[in-house]
Ligand binder design. Sequence first.
Ligand code: NAD
Length: 484
Amino acid sequence: MATGVDRFYIGGEWVEPKSGDVSEILNPATEEVIATAAVSSPKDAVAAIEAARVAFDEGPWPGMAPAERGAIVRRMGEILHTRRRELGDLLREEVGATLYLIKTVQVSWAIEAFALSAEWAETFPWEEEAPSRTKPVTVRSLLVREPVGVVSAITPFNYPLFVNSWKVAPAIAMGNTVVLKPAPWTPLDAFEIARAAEEAGLPPGVLNVIGGGGVDVGEEMVGNPMVDMVSFTGSLTAGRSVGARAAQTVKKVQLELGGKSAAIVLDDASAEDVAMRIMGNCMLHAGQGCGCTTRLLVPETMHDEVVERTAAMCALMPIGDPADPSVVLGPLIREQHRARVESYVQAGIDEGATLVTGGRRPPQLDKGFFYEPTVFTDVRNDMRIAQEEIFGPVLAVIRYRDEDEAVRIANDSVFGLGGAVYSPNRPRALAFSRRLRTGFVGIGGGMLNFHGSWGGYKQSGVGREWRAGLEEYTELKHLTWVEP
Ligand code: NAD
């Protein structure tokens, strides 16, 4: 059994939840209960916001030197690092993370957030002098960056430790105080961050973690006037509601939403290479990734070979309980989510796409919310399976005639989060990538680099994360005076 949650971390104390509601947290691979977790209510959110407000307005944190804050933030990362094996076990049970994902996004890359945020905050240009205006008098200007204040961090289920860490670490390293609400299905690892904060000596109220309550708790965290900024990661539907509610109190909002990203195969790419990369870029974590490239744009001339190889590769993917280290494809998070994926597969069939492989629950697995990697071809870009985020292991293959058409299809989406371009010719791939209206493009096997940025164009979001997102956690103050 994983460690459950019976108390929330508010104002540096482990306090009794206000509602008394408890949920069972399931291992999605076995359907077994791994822990029970207290569910938060809006009253818990208010208590956490009040603690964060006091810590910001009266506590030492915002005024501390970045290096002093950095030492504590770094220490939090070190503590999490010493617990990485337990965290790996937890993530495997909580969200069905495979060994590969534990060694990368789900645990190791999550923990990196602390050391990197500490380092960036220390070297951040907190103050710079702007050029003076000289006529009719000399006007000097100092531009000063300050923390925003109380940040509500609301996170999704798919990469919980990663998203939680990449909100908490930069927000606090930049001098803010935070209320973190994880997703209702995956609340456990957020409390590991709280434990690390306590052990590292983070001042009370700088980080407050409440249980994964529902929409009403998120709404309180967005609407409450004591909150200065909302950093939200989740679905487009919820993001629209967060944006609208935050506007009522004119809050700063960072939205990291969904995607329907395209991988474009240029005609000099190797079909074998493409098939292999699609396993990672689309099927990884059973397709439960915002940046998954779920549309594959293929030139007519390569279509049959790419589809054949991709389907063959899908059929070879070891699928099952990630407790078996050879498993590459784990489960979907819950039965209701699998039912949603199934309804999209049915929509694809109904709209006339051709199912090449998958499209069913693996018959050999009678427990767990598994779904076979699924490939559709003969997909038109106006079909629902090409326009809406499915969040499952479902690939839509779309043919194109020339590069102009490929760009048009790739950009014909309300989303603009990720993307990939497959070609061995880097200058060609780079030139093509510049034409895509999206926040991230992996060229060939391009991987995540936290010194860069993450975030979406269009309805994939507002603002950026990682290094380029550091400024989001600041306000800009302009100090100006006239030289005598
Ligand atoms: P979700 O939108 O259902 O929930 C996300 C979080 O928001 C949860 O904590 C939930 O309780 C809360 N919430 C829901 N409605 C809310 C509201 N009206 N006001 C305030 N809070 C609310 O998302 P999910 O199903 O947990 O996660 C999957 C989604 O997250 C996908 O759309 C995926 O693309 C997106 N995602 C995006 C990124 C990114 O970086 N862009 C990263 C991971 C996941």
